[in-house]
Design a protein around this ligand. Structure first.
Ligand code: ZN
Length: 261
């Protein structure tokens, strides 16, 4: 069986990011997916793997900023325009989520509560492996993962609360499946990568800075096969990636214009 798709593969670095996935009482930890075995020098070890949450939100935010900069009104992340006390929620340059018809560029790409997104953002789980060389059966990204025990102090420097937070540090890669997007929408999404700044929580304290290093736009062809080996049927996958070159990233401006609500 053969399938094809188009994807943007982005390589990034963070000195310290706290995806803040799961909170258990006083502890904010990253979302644990489980343990997987890996081998080093003929020995088998176990390592915990974690999910990087917030990549899609990071991308959506960046796309909102690009649209705003270009004076294109797009969906905000909220369906509400104001709180009960009258506090306005909708900044100038945005409309409520999903209220645009025809849909704006943000809704066309990221969807809304009623409309499905036409992209998917994914990343191999991250793990901390102390060995330099290792092999695993599943794809993981090796980073540094640590937890810190912190103590909140009162103004008089009296400890009032202790809590635990996890973070990761290192290089990581994420992919955006853009198979369903038009060339112009892909260009818009690529230019919005320039607006990515932070991932996860604690940005006022300097956490979550993300530096993008490079990206690749690829046509992917996956061929799945069933083969018989040593008396057992096995599934195998043959993946071919072919780079796609795009001219004039900023050309999307000529076709994508503001949609009034
Ligand atoms: Zn919209």
């Amino acid at each position: 069986m053969k399938t094809t798709k188009k994807q943007i593969v982005v390589r990034a670095y963070t000195p310290i990011a706290k995806p803040l996935n799961a909170s258990i009482q006083k502890n904010s930890t990253m979302l644990l997916l489980g343990e997987i075995p890996y081998t080093n020098g003929g020995k088998t070890f176990n390592t915990k793997v974690y999910y990087i949450k917030g990549l899609r939100g990071m991308l959506r935010h960046a796309a909102m900023k690009l649209a705003y900069d270009c004076g294109i009104e797009v969906c905000h992340t909220s369906e509400k325009t104001e709180l009960k006390d009258g506090t306005k929620l909708m900044p100038v340059g945005f409309h409520t989520l999903g209220s645009c018809d025809p849909p704006c560029i943000l809704q066309r790409i990221f969807g809304s509560f009623r409309k499905e997104s036409r992209i998917s953002v994914s990343a191999d789980p991250i793990t901390s492996i102390s060995h330099k060389d290792y092999t695993t059966d599943v794809a993981v990204q090796k980073v540094h993962i640590a937890s810190e025990n912190r103590i909140a102090m009162s103004f008089e420097r009296i400890p009032i609360q202790d809590f635990r937070e996890s973070y990761f540090s290192g290089y990581f890669t994420f992919s955006i499946d853009v198979t369903q997007l038009t060339k112009e929408e892909i260009k818009f999404l690529i230019e919005s990568l320039l607006y990515i700044e932070t991932l996860g929580g604690g940005k006022n304290a300097g956490y979550g800075q993300v530096k993008l290093l490079d990206f690749d736009l690829q046509n992917i062809e996956v061929e799945k096969k069933i083969e018989r080996e040593d008396g057992v049927y096995k599934f195998s996958e043959d993946i071919k990636a072919e780079p796609v070159v795009l001219d004039g990233i900023e050309d999307w401006r000529e076709t994508i214009v503001s949609v009034d609500t």
